[in-house]
Write a protein that binds this ligand. Sequence first.
Ligand code: MN
Ligand code: MN
Length: 288
Amino acid sequence: MDALSNLIFADATAPFAKAKFVIFGAPYDGTSCFRTGSRWAPNAIREASYNFETFIAACGVDLAEVPFCDMGNINAGLDREELFREVQETSARISKSKKIPIMLGGEHSLTHPAFVGLGRKLKLVVLDAHLDLRDEYMGAKHSHACVSRRIVETIGKENIILIGIRSGAKEEYEFAEENGILYYSADRLNSEGLGGVMRALGGIRGSVYLSIDMDAMDPAYAPAVSTPEPFGLTPSHVRAIIQKVAPKVAAMDVLEIVPQYDTGNTAILGAKLVREFIASASSKHRPK
Ligand code: MN
Ligand code: MN
């Protein structure tokens, strides 16, 4: 962990031992192909987190009363294999302590080591514009563009739900069809609403890893991402999904923000989604 920075996520003031949620940053963007720079996102999200009130009105929860902490950033000076190992170990350590890890990326490939570190066969719910089902991309099997494929290989095709999809190679769509991978396109959600997704999420048994690639949302709302894709979800869609699935979530991440393309909106939205998640997961009275 990077002990030099004093910057922590707003209100993440609990000691580790007492925290129910543990934030950590993974500043890695080694396979980003279009816009690099998501390694700067963990601290940009932290800075943005100070914009908000501690009271989350939608859930009736005051984050000042929820014990959570921020471990800082994993040292980005390491090579990819070492960095992934450290992400995996950090995820494992938090999870073994019966706490919920919240990873601030960094790029989407980080979800794989964070997921593996939990050591359990969770369901994976991914919000993403992209299928990320390539077997390899630009010679790399660990690329951000392959992350859902890698996790499908680990947990099986029946244990993944992709939401917000509107981009992929023809082969990725064929792979999804041939393997019966459940995905909801952004077009479908924008025309039909969230009913089908909500039913699918409501039917999940067991625990969930919730992975939020910020490009799931339309670039109008989240412009500063590595690979922006028009015709996306709204932040309200994403918040409703978070509220629905939060009680089942054992780990979550927020990824792919590239701060140097931001006027602040994307990092603010990322920080708000983390805060909404913590509040939703802590609330006994969920919003309808
Ligand atoms: Mn992705
Ligand atoms: Mn994406």
